[in-house]
Design a binder for this molecule. Structure first.
Ligand code: GDD
Ligand code: MG
Length: 341
């Protein structure tokens, strides 16, 4: 059985962190986000197709250096084909019913049970569902029993049919591929799902129980750390060779991080080799690799890309910091899933 992992987005809502790495390689407790999804796959899945484009090489290298006990195929799109187009582009590797998975979701979804549910109920497509308060950033369903009657991607508030959203994991029959045009940008959510529902096919919803976090935004990226760290029962998650002289709480530190005397780091994520000088304050921040944070600085709700230097005594609030060149071809706005309205 195959799983197509959609790992081709630019992660524009996670910039500047994604200026220098693929979204799916963003660390969560010092492990690339994509490794959580691959580890979650049921044993039946013996082949994983990584639908990639932006920073493909690094994703490939990660899988070359880490064995997950499954065949890994790196399927590169020359230009982003969208969530549907990327799945279609992987068609040649599909041998039967298959998964399609967003790569920016951390959840307790039991994929084996989802497959059982799909077969038991004769599904054509089964998608995972999760309830949220504010649905406007998601795909939203109208459901009767287990059967989805309507799917609307990123609806305006007045258009949202319920508070149940697409949780980003699909199990599909191979004939779904016949509905996707090849060679162009196709949104699974905006084009294919409504089309399949319109045909009257069995389009089912499977509810996730436990936890579900979309890691596509900085806020949720911080939150996923909080939730997973709580599970470890430890106050912090600290990598190797760190030197901590100040106070660190609720935070995740990569390898080789330095925190100077009198400095307080709270609820933050510090990547490898971040150096925070003395008497600084930091709260709710994500700090990229090799950054240097000056003494006496005070940072709150700040995201800093790799290799930046923050001057001594800087007071910064609610800001994304990137002073270097933006990589060529990096888009201003989301491309793959959402076609601009
Ligand atoms: N290969 C490839 N090519 N992958 C892509 C492309 C592309 O052109 N565009 C997006 N992706 C990947 C992203 O990396 C992500 O893993 C997944 O497809 C979904 O794209 P996002 O850009 O993250 O979409 P979203 O978060 O706005 O919305 C999606 O996820 C929500 C749940 O988090 C939709 O599926 C919503 O319906 C859903 O509710
Ligand atoms: Mg997303």
């Amino acid at each position: 059985m195959e799983a197509i992992i959609l790992a081709g987005g630019f992660g524009t809502r996670l910039k500047p962190l994604t200026y220098t790495r693929a979204k799916s390689l963003l660390p969560i407790m010092n492990r690339p986000m994509i490794s959580y999804i691959v580890n979650q796959l049921p044993d039946e899945v013996n082949r994983v197709i990584l639908a990639v484009n932006y920073r493909k090489k690094e994703i490939e290298e990660f899988f070359e250096g880490n064995d997950f006990g499954k065949e890994i195929i790196v399927n590169e799109e020359k230009t982003p084909l969208g969530t549907g187009g990327a799945a279609k582009f992987a068609e040649k590797h599909i041998t039967g019913s298959f998964f399609v998975l967003n790569s920016d979701i951390i959840s307790s979804l039991d994929m084996k049970k989802m497959v059982d549910f799909h077969y038991k109920n004769n599904g054509f497509i089964t998608i995972s569902l999760w309830p949220v308060k504010n649905v406007s950033e998601f795909g939203v369903v109208d459901i009767e029993g287990d059967r989805i009657k309507k799917f609307v991607e990123k609806p305006r508030p007045e258009e949202a049919p319920s508070n149940l959203i697409n949780a980003g994991a699909y199990f599909m029959e191979p004939e779904v591929m016949d509905r996707i045009e090849s060679g162009r940008l196709v949104s699974m959510e905006k084009e294919i799902f409504p089309k399949v529902i319109g045909e009257g096919k069995s389009f089912l919803g499977y509810r996730v129980s436990g936890y579900w976090i979309d890691v596509g935004r900085i806020k949720s990226y911080l939150r996923v750390h909080r939730i997973l760290m709580e599970k470890t029962g430890k106050e912090n998650f600290v990598g190797e060779n760190c030197k901590i002289q100040g106070k660190v709480s609720g935070s995740c530190l990569g390898d080789g991080v330095f925190v100077g005397e009198g400095t307080e780091v709270r609820d933050s994520i510090l990547y490898d080799r971040v150096h925070v000088s003395e008497m600084a304050k930091m709260k709710n921040c994500v700090i990229g690799e090799d950054c240097e944070i000056g003494r006496d600085s005070d940072l709150e709700n700040v995201v800093i890309g790799d290799n930046e230097v923050i001057e001594d005594g800087s007071m910064i609030r609610d800001k994304k910091i990137w002073t270097q060149k933006i990589p060529e071809g990096y888009p201003e706005e989301q491309v793959g899933n959402v076609l601009k309205r």
